[in-house]
Design a binder for this molecule. Sequence first.
Ligand code: CA
Ligand code: CA
Ligand code: CA
Ligand code: CA
Length: 257
Amino acid sequence: MKRTCVAAPVAAPAAGAEGPPARRSSAGGFTLIETAIVIGIIGLLLGAMLPTLSTRYELTRLRQARADLAKAEEALYGFALTHGRLPCPDTAGDGAEDRESGSCRAEEGVLPSGDLGVARVDPWGNDYRYRVDAAFADDVDGTGCGPARVGASFTLCSEGRIRIADSARGGAVIVARGIPAVVFSRGFNEGDPQAALSPDELENRSDCSGTSPQPCDPDLYIYHEPTRAQGEEFDDMVIWLSPHVLKNRMVQAMKLP
Ligand SMILES: [Ca+2]
Ligand SMILES: [Ca+2]
Ligand SMILES: [Ca+2]
Ligand SMILES: [Ca+2]
């Protein structure tokens, strides 16, 4: 007679009864505590890396601004060789210089980036500013210091009115004088309502009217290294055209004398 073996059924644990202790399967997986520890370590590492990343990002933006300003300077020299004068500022926000009857509509405004073929906005999202001595940008030959060549807005003896100093306070050193044009970025703190504007930053504002928070000179611009010292905060980036380089290039191109 054939006999059949039947396995006895395994009894399921009764509801509410405690089973054997939970063990991680050999297939892997993490317990809740291990996952929390890993997340904590990743958080600490990211926290340590963020300041470094932020500094690198800011350095990249500074380098970009310096490159943009250098390109704008070269473009201004090129514009002078082509037109016999410097461009006027853009006051209407379309990237083109704004002139009226052969003169600039204003001496300070936005860099006429479209006419120059350069970047209009700095790495912090604000327009590059441009200031020109209008005598170097009008259609009138010369600046009253001598006979001028037809088609040139200035002569070898022409002097710009703009000055660059290392401070807005008394006793400042004049870094450069007789300057025909300035291009600048107002830096990272432009547009930050929490930013404190130091006297040096206020001096680089275009508004020297009675509503200005401090008396300022429209022909004076401040240039020095950036600083975060309290009350002296300064991050503007300023470049200017040397009148001698400008005239030298005009002579080499036979636009002067
Ligand atoms: Ca315009
Ligand atoms: Ca002129
Ligand atoms: Ca600034
Ligand atoms: Ca000023």
